[in-house]
Design a protein. Structure first.
Ligand code: FES
Ligand code: FES
Lengths: 161, 817
């Protein structure tokens, strides 16, 4: 390994230490060093969003972030959403609305949606659509993904009030 | 494969056993006899939650790149940087010196057999060409693999690829129909000096010239569709390893057709097929791109065998966009004769499909023009028909049969013809379709194809009424916006059985599928299928079919696919065949297991076999005394753990198998699409305001799943109509190597789609289903193109090419076309 770095990372509330080359992406570290393979890689150039994770609660493209840049930050991946096998409200909504087919884009959409809903809890369906347009899905035509996220937003608003 | 190999049941008591000389079809029924009995149960027809969802939603799916084996190496390819050239030097010495590189191979090092796909047609119709696993002597497209680099990690693979030295003697590149067919054009393959791989005049029925001579109207339309990438979000990939204990090469790969990969791999490596096992994990889409055998899969498997180490290759997006299998680039010149009432009297078509550098296995380069030639009359009554279909080769990445396979293109051609005729005759375009559409079934067309019943006219009427009732016609007439309304009416042959494929003269003839079902001692079942789910929800829909046939809770049914060791053979998933063919095999196997359960139960209950039946709730009941019932667990317990209690003529364990093939010409799903678009007079941008789909795929196993297939298909059709195109410069250099240049539509470009279902059960699939995988993709390009033309109607311009660029719309609006 050229120019190894010892890196401390917090992922899904667990602390990890890994040795990485500076050019190693956060996506590769999550997937291949920490074996958190729920985060997917669809393009490695920042467009498809399959690799979306939350970095300090904001959605980022893990393929565009070098792992060393995440030093000291908290990363959340799709593996954090369910609670001991029980799907989160958002995951359940994806299933209810058939918001996934092959499921390859799904982890990225779930994390993007969590980011969008955290930032705009009052988002309308059209605002949600706009926010979700950051990621690509080849299977669903998007409508049911928008439906799932919108339903989650409405349910969360209802339970908050 | 026999159709009645239910273990333990002697022939004389098997209800499916044929009379000795009765003509038989797979599926245990005489040819032509209706198969679907109209039975529905508790599960079929319900939008139950998908079995696939929990693992995929929690990040527990297992996709190809998620697989890591101990000692695993990584592979990548040195690829051609010029489109057409003789290789003058390929030097891997420096590559082999790169830190971390373990091996580097060129074609001579691996010495693998070529991929050759053949049609059983005379030399003047078809020219077979070879696709070497690694290029030898010559490269034929930018991105063609020249050498394989294996290293300890993917970063070192990249370094190794960079260190390779390749020199070329460039040749002129063939990059278009014009350059391919020009006299004296450079030949992509020596075997095909004219660059034509297939040239078939499939039909020239009597009366074509007379019809044109007598025509009240002749329309002549040239339609073109751009080269597209099917673009599964997961790129291709493979992990190959040698298993000494099994004496087998284990090839885990992303394929819609695992058995075809096994067959081709064994042939290319020159080893017994037994020594290859192909498995497929979760797959992130395929859409046809993964239904052909990739040369990369074979090269990586060969490297794993040589190195005796697991080797992984994951295609990167640049490779996927430039060197993956592409699709769709076709040109149709369609001449149509009409009488004064707008009835079509003859069709004369010339189709040219640019198949790129190589013919794909197992389908060959002929698949697209042959599909177009066979099916072009579409949903219309065409009395006389002439067609010539050609596949040409060019210095572009090769093609695979992408979702719809020529149908989006020929449907676009004939739907443009209908619109053009309507305009010329001053008729409403929907009315012209009504006058021509097939309304009586079964209908045998001029193409010799028999169409089973469908709702061609009904779907068209319903789509139109929906748009009309919503006031879109008034909105368009108001004239204050550039609104256009477009339609498309089409059908799609889904159940392509071996008989239908054989008519194309393939030497490798897909068609049947197999299923085996087993019940364990707890009364749960595992069922196999030769189909290959990659988003279509087979784990759910097949379980629904099985659950109903056995009267078992759907949660107790598990489908297993994607392992060549689990099932003797299968044809995978493509051409909307899974539910029609695979789903029928699964239904028949389930029925046989049900019969076996009843037989054992009757024996245990000490009653006649005709005095028991499945009770719909996981057991067998005695009909004349319903209090006497045996749950499946009890029967299974006897079948496995106390087999001495079984009837003497029943073998232990609970398994049943079945095969299914669709007889004759197969079955047709159908749909009509209606689209409202608005074009922006300032920018030429096209917005879809409303999208209505009325579809009929026979019995719907799971409505939510069918809706999903429609919507996803329509999104891909819209992508082809408005956004995506793989373009090349004059030297064959692809201009879209990333998502920055290849424009994939997002949630803001794809509209919501409203879907209405009509249902004409298929009479000869076991479950009444007709298949729904491709329809959306087929209808969308024509409907959108027609709508845009309608929005431009005041300009007099007719656009016949997809994708439609805003600049073209703007030029039309500004009178510059
Ligand atoms: S993989 Fe990161 S955006 Fe596509
Ligand atoms: S579900 Fe397949 S890419 Fe989105």
């Amino acid at each position: 390994m050229r120019d190894p770095h010892l890196l401390a990372l917090t992922v899904n509330d667990s602390e990890y230490e890994v040795v990485v080359e500076p050019r190693r992406t956060l996506a590769d570290v999550l997937r291949h060093d920490l074996l958190l393979t729920g985060t997917h890689v669809g393009c490695e150039h920042g467009v498809c969003g399959a690799c979306t994770v939350l970095l300090d609660e904001a959605p980022v493209r893990a393929c565009l972030v070098f792992a060393v840049q995440a030093e000291g930050s908290s990363v959340r991946t799709v593996e954090s959403l369910a609670d001991h096998g029980e799907l989160s409200d958002l995951q359940q909504a994806f299933s209810d609305h058939h918001g996934l087919q092959c499921g390859f884009c799904t982890p990225g959409f779930l994390m993007l949606a969590e980011g969008v809903l955290a930032e705009q809890p009052d988002a309308s369906r059209e605002e949600i659509r706009e926010g979700l347009s950051a990621n690509l899905c080849r299977c669903t035509g998007y409508q049911t993904i928008v439906d799932a996220v919108h339903a989650t937003a409405c349910a969360r608003r209802e339970s908050a009030s | 494969m026999t159709t009645t190999d239910l273990p333990g049941i002697p022939p004389e008591v098997d209800p499916d056993q044929p009379e000795p000389d009765e003509p038989r079809e797979h599926g245990g029924r005489p040819a032509g006899e209706p198969r679907f009995d109209g039975r529905r149960g508790r599960w079929v027809g319900a939008s139950i939650p998908r079995h696939e969802d929990p693992r995929l939603l929690t990040g527990c799916g297992r996709f190809i790149d998620d697989i890591a084996l101990s000692g695993m190496l990584h592979a990548g390819f040195v690829r051609a940087t010029v489109a057409h050239a003789a290789i003058t030097e390929l030097d891997l010495a420096a590559t082999r010196e790169v830190h971390g590189v373990v091996a580097a191979y060129d074609a001579a090092d691996l010495a693998l057999g070529d991929i050759v796909a053949v049609l059983d047609r005379p030399a003047e119709e078809f020219t077979p060409t070879a696709m070497p696993i690694l290029a030898r002597g010559k490269v034929r497209f930018v991105g063609e693999p020249l050498a394989l680099v294996v290293a300890r990690d993917p970063y070192a693979v990249e370094d190794g690829i960079e260190a390779a030295r390749v020199s070329y003697d460039a040749l002129d590149a063939v990059v278009s129909e014009e350059t391919a067919l020009a006299p004296g054009a450079p030949a992509v393959h020596d075997e095909a000096p004219d660059n034509v791989l297939l040239d078939v005049s499939m039909f020239d029925t009597p009366g074509v010239d007379e019809a044109f001579a007598d025509a009240a109207l002749t329309v002549d339309v040239t339609t073109r569709s751009g080269r597209q990438n099917a673009l599964p979000l997961e790129t291709r990939g493979v992990v190959a390893s040698w298993d000494a204990r099994d004496d087998q090469l284990l090839v885990q790969t992303c394929s819609q057709v695992p058995h075809q990969v096994r067959t081709m791999l064994a042939r290319s490596l020159g080893i017994a097929e037994r020594t290859v096992r192909v498995t497929v994990p979760d797959m992130g889409g395929g859409f046809g791109q993964k239904c052909v055998v990739g040369r990369e899969e074979i090269a990586v498997a060969a490297a794993a065998q040589r190195l005796d180490r697991p080797v992984k290759w994951i295609e990167d997006r640049r490779e996927a966009l430039t060197a993956g299998f592409l699709a769709r680039e076709q040109r149709y010149r369609t001449r149509a004769a009409f009488d004064a009432d707008g009835r079509i009297t003859a069709l004369d078509v010339d189709v040219v499909c640019d198949m790129g550098a190589y013919s794909c296995y197992p389908f060959t380069a002929g698949i697209e023009p042959l599909m177009a030639s066979a099916e072009m009359p579409s949903v219309y009554r065409v009395p006389a028909y002439r067609v010539r279909g050609r596949a040409i080769t060019s210095n572009k990445a090769p093609t695979a049969p992408y979702r719809g396979v020529s149908r989006p293109q020929y449907v676009m051609a004939i739907e443009r013809v209908m619109e053009r005729a309507a305009r010329e005759l001053g008729l409403d375009p929907v009315e012209v379709r009504r006058r021509n559409v097939i309304t009586e079934f079964p209908y045998t067309g001029v193409n010799g194809v028999t169409y089973d019943p469908g709702t061609y006219l009904e779907s068209l009427d319903l789509a139109e009424a929906t748009i009309r009732d919503e006031g879109w016609y008034e909105a368009r007439e108001a004239g204050d916006r550039h609104l256009g309304i477009g339609f498309c009416c089409f059908s799609e042959r889904t159940g392509y059985g071996s008989e239908a494929f054989a008519k194309r003269k393939m030497t490798v003839v897909p068609g049947f599928d197999l299923s085996e079902i087993r019940m364990d001692t707890t009364g749960s079942v595992v069922v196999t299928s030769g189909t290959m789910n990659h988003g279509q929800s087979h784990e759910t829909t097949f379980a629904q079919i099985v659950a109903d046939r056995l009267g078992l809770d759907v949660a107790r049914v598990k489908l297993r696919q994607g392992d060549t060791e689990r099932i003797a053979y299968g044809w995978g998933t493509f051409a909307s065949r899974s539910v029609t063919i695979g789903g029928s095999a699964v239904a028949l196997a389930s029925e046989r297991l049900g019969e076996l359960l009843c037989r054992i139960a009757a024996h245990l209950l000490e009653t006649r076999p005709d005095n028991v039946a499945l009770d719909g709730d996981g057991g067998v009941v005695q009909l004349d005394d319903p209090a006497r019932r045996l749950p499946f667990e009890d029967i299974a317990d006897v079948a496995h753990l106390r087999s001495h209690l079984l009837p003497k003529d029943v073998e232990p364990a609970l398994t049943a198998t079945a095969s299914f093939d669709v007889p004759g010409d197969g079955t047709f799903s159908n749909a009509s699409h209606a689209v409202v678009v608005e074009v922006d007079p300032g920018t030429g941008e096209i917005r879809i305001l409303r999208y209505v789909c009325v579809e009929d795929c026979g019995v719907v196993i799971n409505p939510k799943v069918v809706d999903g297939q429609c919507r996803g298909g329509i999104a891909q059709g819209i992508a082809g109509a408005l956004f995506e195109e793989v373009t090349y410069d004059g030297h064959g250099e692809p201009s879209a190597a990333s998502f920055i240049d290849y424009l994939v539509p997002t949630a803001t470009e794809i509209p919501d789609v409203s879907i209405q279902h009509l249902e004409t059960p298929c009479a000869f699939t076991a479950n009444g289903a007709k298949g729904a995988g491709e329809g959306g993709t087929i209808g969308a390009p024509a409907a959108v193109l027609n709508a845009v033309n309608d929005a431009l109607r005041h300009t007099g311009v007719e656009l016949d090419t997809t994708p439609i660029h805003p600049s073209t719309v703007l030029a039309a609006l500004e009178g510059e076309l």
